[in-house]
Design a protein around this ligand. Structure first.
Ligand SMILES: [Zn+2]
Length: 91
């Protein structure tokens, strides 16, 4: 049993599983990389730890977020406010 092998601890954060924690089985070696579908290749981790790992993976996959700010507006072009137009003396 995986839980026994890991002494009741999460393979990711090392904290003990609690009764209310959601657990997930995870392949240590992904099967895409030749990992075998055996108990030796499985580990238990928290559900939220698994989420965090995948979130980290996707972050790294993005490879640095360069936010090119496209909010450069050029002022002055086509200014609709013309001062003085309201200054005409009422006749
Ligand atoms: Zn955990």
């Amino acid at each position: 049993m995986l839980l026994k092998r890991q002494q009741g601890k999460c393979a990711f954060c090392g904290l003990y599983f609690r009764q209310e924690d959601l657990r997930e089985q995870d392949h240590i070696w992904p099967r895409a990389y030749g990992g075998v579908a055996s108990l030796a290749n499985l580990q238990l981790r928290h559900r939220h730890c698994h989420d965090r790992k995948t979130a980290l993976d996707s972050l790294q996959r993005l490879g640095g977020t360069d936010d090119n700010s496209q909010a450069i507006e050029e002022p002055g072009e086509g200014a609709t406010f013309t001062p003085g137009s309201e200054d005409e003396p009422a006749r």
